[in-house]
Design a protein around this ligand. Sequence first.
Ligand code: FAD
Length: 198
Amino acid sequence: MESFYIRVEKVDEAGYRAALQGLAHNKKQETEKMSVVAKKLATLDGGHNKFLESMILWLDVRAPRYWWQEADTFRLSSKQSESTMHTLTAELQAVDMNDAARVENFITENFEPNSCSPETLKWIHEAAQQKDIIEIKKKLPEGFLQTRMWCMSYKTLRNLILQRRTHRLPHWKEFIRQTLELVDHPELLPGLTHEKKS
Ligand SMILES: Cc1cc2nc3c(=O)[nH]c(=O)nc-3n(C[C@H](O)[C@H](O)[C@H](O)COP(=O)(O)OP(=O)(O)OC[C@H]3O[C@@H](n4cnc5c(N)ncnc54)[C@H](O)[C@@H]3O)c2cc1C
C-alpha cells in the first residue's frame, strides 16, 4: 500500500476554442489552423504563450493538508475547500468511539496512511463532543485529507509542472501524472519528465 494519498478528478475544462480564436487574431489567420501554432507557442514563456491563460481547468483534488499548504503558494488560481470546522465536527460527533471497526473506517476515509491512530482520533473526538473548534483544528494531524476544487489556467498548470515535477514530495509527481491523463490538451503542457532537446 502507498504511504501517501492524492486523487485528482477533472470536473470541467473550457476555453480551447476561444484561446485559438485569440491566437488567430494575433496571427491574422483562421482559427482552424491555430492548433499547430498553439503547440509551438505553448513552450515559449515571456509573453508568447499568453493564450494558455484563456484555457481554464477545474480539478477536484483530495490530498493531505501538508500538501495543500504547498499548493497554496500557487497564487494565480482559485480554490473552494471542504470546511474542517463544520463538516468534520459533525462527522466526528457521529462516530461511536467504542466501535473499533467504525473508528478504523473513519481513519482510512479521512487520513493518509499512518497519520492518525485510534488514540489520536479519540483525542480529537473529545474536542468535537465539546464543540471546541480551536482544539479540533490544533489536534488535527497534517495527514488529514481535504477535498478542494482547484480552478486554474493552463498557464498556471504549466508553471506548476515545471516547478514541481522533480519535487521531493511524491504527491507532486502523482498530481502531475494524474492531471496530465485527465486534461484534453496535454500537448500544450510540459511532460512529467524533461524532454530532450533535439
Ligand atoms: C523546492 C521549493 C521550495 C519552496 N519553498 C518555499 C518556502 O520556503 N516558502 C515560500 O513561501 N514558498 C516556497 N516555495 C514556493 C515558491 O516560492 C512559489 O511561490 C511557488 O512555487 C508558486 O510559484 P509562482 O510564484 O511561480 O506561481 P504563482 O503564484 O501562480 O504565480 C505565477 C506568476 O505570477 C507572478 N505573480 C503572482 N502574484 C503576483 C503579484 N502579486 N505581483 C506580481 N506578480 C505576481 C509570479 O511571479 C509568477 O511569475 C518553494 C517552491 C519550491 C519549488
